[in-house]
Ligand binder design. Structure first.
Ligand code: HEC
Length: 240
């Protein structure tokens, strides 16, 4: 028994090391069945992110189907003006300009929720703080020397870091709001969560369909189990 416990502890070790080395991540509240949240997230994405980041694996028509809303509603309320329902989410920014402005290209965010995870994304979007030593005037708690401006600062307000010393090293203890934004903390938290919910959906749009299908598959397997049981009874009847 002891051996098993030790092995389990060893398996957990990398996670423990990871958790203590970095900033503590905030928790995302992901609910792909919440169509209203996904719709808000998609709208925020178009307004605040699509200017730089594509999400080229998702089409507007797919959202109509998955969010259970009409194509007209997608075109009117989510897609940028003039977009067709069969188009994908492609940014209008060209790669050359973004290299010039940011020194790097904003990556396509189709799979970002899968590579970074939802908790990291929430922490990242809330983790921008004023750092005058940087060209963009900001830094980020989980992405040091980030090349992305804090695009949500007007809503969130300006955050400044409070430092503390641990083992002779100065690290950020927490962020405090110096200039409030147009949103309250609660509103901003909800907005970021909607955005991340949407990014998780974009990372695997089939997930919603799989959940729906899954129920039928289980029902089918259950019915098959009964048939198999009755058959077995029938076959063995004469042998016993
Ligand atoms: C003005 C252009 C611009 C806008 C608008 C913008 N970003 Fe970015 N973003 C960037 C750039 C440039 C990078 C690359 C940063 C780097 O590599 O240092 C980036 C990086 C990121 C990353 C990190 C990617 C990685 O490497 O892991 C995420 C996540 C992200 N952006 C999300 C968003 C979201 C969500 C929005 C909308 C709320 C948004 N961005 C709006 C320019 C932008």
């Amino acid at each position: 028994m002891k051996k098993i416990t030790n092995t389990l502890l060893l398996l957990l070790l990398p996670f423990a090391a990871f958790a203590s080395a970095g900033v503590e991540l905030q928790e995302a509240d992901i609910d792909l069945a919440d169509s209203a949240s996904l719709q808000r997230g998609a709208k925020y994405y178009v307004t605040y992110c699509l200017g730089c980041h594509s999400a080229k694996h998702i089409r507007y028509i797919r959202m109509a189907h998955d969010f259970n809303i009409s194509k007209e509603k997608v075109l009117e309320e989510i897609a940028p003006e003039g977009k067709g329902i069969y188009e994908t989410m492609i940014t209008a920014m060209n790669a050359h300009d973004s290299e010039k402005w940011f020194g790097t290209q904003p990556p396509d965010l189709s799979l970002i929720a899968r590579s970074r995870g939802p908790d990291w994304l929430v922490t990242y979007l809330k983790g921008f703080y004023v750092d005058e030593s940087k060209i963009l005037g900001v830094n980020n708690t989980v992405f040091k020397d980030v090349g992305m401006p804090n695009v949500l600062w007007q809503l969130q307000g300006e955050q400044r870091p409070v430092f503390k010393k641990v083992d002779g090293q100065t690290i950020i203890d927490r962020l405090v709001t110096k200039e409030p934004g147009t949103m309250s903390n609660k509103q901003f938290d909800r907005m970021v969560n909607d955005l991340v919910n949407f990014l998780v959906y974009v990372g695997e749009p089939h997930q919603l369909e799989r959940l729906r299908l899954g129920k039928y598959v289980l029902l089918y397997l259950f019915m098959f189990l009964i048939i198999a049981y009755l058959l077995k009874k029938e076959y063995w009847k004469d042998i016993h």
